[in-house]
Design a protein around this ligand. Structure first.
Ligand code: ADP
Length: 300
């Protein structure tokens, strides 16, 4: 009945990374390493993560008519993502300018570019894709109204998953549609608002659930995750691995969770699988380059 296990609505960025001895202060110029260009952006990352696991995946996003846009389309197609929903033009492809020092600390400037031009109108024009998706997942690197429109265009019986990153207060319509809302600690605190968060993941999960989502998942890095729904709260253990680079682990987790939920497994079981995918993703450098296949998850 559905052509896609997962449709990701979200961002696609080129990550431009330069290693430096010291990140520059105001007015300063420093010399760095050769430039490395990686496909990234939360939407593009999620789509690649799901496709590598074997999900029939499509991406609704916007890139520029430029080399970075072609790099992003290439990485999606190589992973097996259906890119008929990737729109081109209107602004340059979004980029993240990243400097990293030897201690691993970084400074990042993001130019949203074409991501900021993915409009509710684009979502309405892609209604044919939305109605063919069992699960739709979104993040907040594209305009908030675009996410709201995706909720309005959902097929009856399909499921909406949101990772509200970067976090900001959410309209009720978006909150009510989430099943689940996936947050880390920082996102939980911003969405709940200052002084209202409590101090434990259980507090955040209960407080977020009371705001309207049908379920909530709190990711806890090396501590795993916590799932919450009307049926109660369950801790999901992490898988012990040697972490090399946590970039993109949250995106891999969200994509894996969204896909598994669509296959009909219960929330805690889907989160346990997603925790294995997140753990596999931190064992290799990079974001999309670190995402495991289903066989690699099995072997973990
Ligand atoms: P975000 O990147 O959004 O902050 P997290 O850091 O919580 O997300 O990572 C998402 C998921 O990836 C975690 O819930 C966990 O399952 C897995 N993960 C992240 N870091 C590690 C780690 N060091 N060891 C094992 N699993 C990890």
């Amino acid at each position: 009945m559905y052509d896609y296990d997962l449709l990701v609505v979200g961002s696609a960025n080129a990550d431009l990374v330069i290693g430096v001895e010291r990140r520059p202060a105001a007015g300063e110029t420093v010399l760095g390493s050769d430039l490395a260009v990686h496909p990234g952006g939360k939407g593009a990352n999620q789509a690649v993560a799901a496709a590598r696991l074997g999900a029939r995946t499509a991406l609704l996003a916007r890139v520029g008519d430029d080399a970075h846009g072609r790099l992003l389309l290439d990485s999606q197609r190589t992973a097996g993502v259906d890119t008929t929903g990737v729109l081109t033009g209107g602004a340059p492809t979004g980029v993240a300018l990243i400097t990293v020092d030897p201690s691993g600390d970084n400074s990042i400037v993001v130019s949203p570019g074409a991501n900021a031009r993915l409009t509710p109108e684009d979502v309405r024009a892609a209604a044919g894709l939305l109605t063919r998706a069992r699960v739709v997942s979104a993040q907040l690197e594209v305009p908030l109204e675009t996410g709201v429109e995706a909720v309005r265009q959902l097929a009856p019986g399909s499921r909406f998953v949101l990772n509200p990153s970067p976090p900001r207060p959410l309209p009720q319509e978006l909150l009510d549609a989430c099943d689940p809302l996936i947050v880390n600690e920082h996102e939980a605190r911003v969405i709940l608002g200052a002084g209202q968060a409590g101090s434990t993941p259980e507090d955040w999960a209960r407080a977020l659930l009371a705001r309207g989502p049908r379920s909530v998942v709190v990711t806890l890095g090396a501590e795993g995750a916590l799932v919450a729904s009307a049926e109660g709260l369950t801790r999901v253990p992490s898988v012990a691995v040697d972490a090399v680079d946590t970039t993109g682990a949250g995106d891999a987790f969200a994509a894996a969770l969204a896909w598994r939920l669509g296959t009909g497994v219960p929330l805690a079981e889907a989160a346990a699988y997603a925790a294995r995918v997140g753990a596999a993703a931190v064992t290799k450098p990079g974001a999309q380059e670190s995402y495991p296949t289903a066989a690699e998850v099995e072997a973990l």
